[in-house]
Design a protein around this ligand. Structure first.
Ligand SMILES: [Fe+2]
Length: 185
């Protein structure tokens, strides 16, 4: 992770100020991220430099010392997708910085011990500046790069997201597996 002073381009501190100011409202946070993406202010953020071939890359761009939020950059090769997952109950927002992404929303409608049931919601393809909002209990989605070129997305989670549940469909129900999140240096 780069410190604000080390950021070689736009200055990380300049990005963090509006993010911090909007943490209380995920829709407002999403709007801030959209504005930054459209202005090109996220282009030089410290993303993993090139797509990994084996899986999408996640790099920690900023970890608030008070654990109020983390900023994570994702780098996606064409065809890389996430499974349906949650965000450990954290609010947040994400924005497409480069490329085309597809997001499919899911609503959790039932839980029976370790089994979960979802209703698939809307799917959309979107490019630079498009945002998604995490507002628990609405925090379940699948996200990926269906395009033919690499994509980059920036995610702000309102807390230190260290693990999430990844869901696999088994008939009408889904099973969950806890995934400990790691970062690519
Ligand atoms: Fe996600």
């Amino acid at each position: 992770m780069l410190s604000p002073a080390q950021n070689p381009h736009t200055g990380l501190a300049a990005l963090l100020a509006p993010i911090e100011a909007s943490l209380a409202s995920p829709p407002a946070l999403a709007q801030v991220l959209a504005g930054l993406a459209h202005a090109g202010a996220l282009d030089d953020a410290a993303f993993y430099p090139a797509p990994r071939l084996d899986r999408y890359a996640r790099r920690l761009i900023w970890h608030d010392p008070g654990d109020r939020f983390v900023v994570v950059g994702f780098t996606w090769a064409p065809g890389q997708v996430s499974a349906l997952h949650d965000h450990a109950g954290l609010a947040g927002a994400e924005v497409v910085v480069e490329g085309t992404m597809k997001e499919t929303l899911y609503e959790l409608v039932a839980r029976d011990e370790e089994r979960y049931r979802f209703v698939e919601g809307t799917s959309r393809m979107s490019g630079r500046g498009a945002t998604g909002v995490l507002q628990p209990p609405r925090e379940h989605h699948a996200f990926g790069n269906p395009g033919t070129v690499a994509a980059r997305t920036l995610h702000v989670y309102c807390g230190n997201l260290t693990s999430s549940l990844s869901f696999e469909r088994q008939g009408e129900w889904w099973s969950a597996k806890q995934i400990d999140l790691t970062y690519d240096a």
